[in-house]
Design a protein around this ligand. Structure first.
Ligand code: NDP
Length: 376
């Protein structure tokens, strides 16, 4: 059941919080400072002060359990700007040459790696070696073998590795998962995942295989892969895939433009998905079972997420995804809280193994069997 406290927690940082609370008559029950933490606070340094790093930093203003205290950046001007904007002390500022010294900084608990995909692996290994927890953006690595080595390194160093799967904390998504677990849709037979957008600037790192590790699949198709797993609630056992490319100049070797793929699940469900850099308006999940259906549309954008089931519109709080994610991750790291859908490194290795299999299937035309979790 949603308590007032958990509801307030869920909507932290959202416009809804500002507009709804007084009308609900709850204002008098709030503590004098609604941002007073009710437990230990995770002190975070962000690595990579780009577009998404900035979004996370802004969202963290609304956190009660996580606080931005440090930065790692290759751009001195950004460091200075972030120091002013977020009140970050000089002693918590690093560049890519100096950040191993973070091991001697007792004021930082975790580093959030938000750099281009292919740089995640080395960064996570170095942060782990420095003895700090790591939160790493998706895709965690560029293949499953690399991902597994990151999981192993963090384990050996005695630190936790989490991945920025913000949808795993999103209320509409969690409501569909709850209904599916309770049998509201009956036995699940079908999932459709559509993930794509038209990518702009051809010179950006996302279109450079050395930095991205792949194309649309690594960047946006991964949402349909991950979504098929949490919506159906099983791990796929086979993969087929077909690739099409309309612009081989923009989408050079190693950069997939469009891949359609299918996943088979042990309970008999099939997922049919589209990953592309060549179409907009593609952010939709559809889950169908013998008794009912659920649709999320949009399913993974920054929000508001919307959806419906055969029982009607989904009613769930609208949240700032990254605010909730960081507050929840603080509790996972500091108090051992268990999320409904895992966000650890092993969860990411499963997605990477499926991506490896999709690329193999698209290349060879074969139906690829998936092995034990984490192995193709
Ligand atoms: P940006 O290009 O906007 O930012 C990346 C930052 O990484 C740069 O600003 C730079 O910061 C740093 N960097 C270090 N080395 C390089 C390099 N060789 N080339 C380019 N940048 C470099 O990318 P995004 O913020 O959009 O994406 C970063 C990561 O976040 C990706 O893995 C992406 O998949 C993920 N992401 C996740 C989202 C989600 O919803 N979970 C949404 C968007 C992205 P500095 O100058 O400080 O060193």
């Amino acid at each position: 059941m949603t308590t007032r406290r958990s509801f307030l927690h869920q909507i932290t940082g959202s416009v809804l919080a500002l507009s709804v609370l007084p009308r609900m008559g709850w204002a008098e029950e709030l503590s004098p400072d609604p941002k007073t933490p009710d437990g230990p606070v995770l002190r975070v340094a962000i690595m990579g002060l780009g577009s998404y790093g900035t979004r996370v930093a802004e969202a963290m203003r609304g956190c009660t359990r996580a606080k931005l205290v440090g930065v790692i950046s290759g751009t001195p001007a950004k460091i200075r700007q972030w120091q002013t904007t977020y009140g970050i002390p000089e002693k918590n500022c690093y560049n890519y040459e100096t950040y191993d010294a973070i091991k001697d900084n007792p004021d930082i608990d975790a580093v959030y790696v938000i750099t281009p995909n292919a740089l995640h692996h080395d960064a996570v290994l170095r942060v782990a070696k420095a003895g700090k927890h790591v939160i790493c953006e998706k895709p965690m690595a560029v293949n499953a073998r690399q991902g597994q080595s990151m999981v192993d390194a963090c384990k050996a160093a005695g630190v936790r590795l989490l991945v920025g799967y913000r949808m795993h904390f999103e209320p509409h998504t969690l409501e569909v998962i709850r209904m599916r677990k309770e049998g509201a849709f009956g036995s699940i037979r079908f999932f459709q995942g559509l993930s794509g957008f038209i990518i702009g600037d051809p010179t950006q790192w996302r279109l450079n295989p050395q930095l991205s590790g792949g194309g649309a699949m690594m960047d946006i198709g991964i949402y349909s892969i991950n979504g098929s797993r949490y919506m159906i609630g099983e791990e796929p056992v086979w993969v087929t895939a077909q690739e099409t490319k309309t612009d081989p100049v923009k989408f050079k070797e190693g950069i997939d433009e469009t891949i359609q793929f299918q996943l088979g699940f042990p309970g008999g469900a099939v997922a049919s998905c589209l990953s592309t850099y060549n179409l907009n308006n593609l952010d939709r999940f559809f889950l169908d079972g013998e008794k009912g259906f659920a649709e999320l549309f949009p399913a993974t954008g920054y929000g508001p997420i919307q959806g419906r089931t055969n029982q009607g519109e989904l009613q769930a709080p609208v949240v700032t995804h990254q605010t909730v994610q960081m507050d929840e991750m603080a509790q996972i790291l500091l108090e051992g809280k268990q999320p409904v859908v895992p966000v650890d490194g092993q969860e990411a290795v499963r997605d990477l193994a499926i991506i490896d299999a999709i690329y193999h299937a698209a290349r060879t035309g074969q139906k690829v069997r998936l092995g034990a979790p984490g192995q193709v």
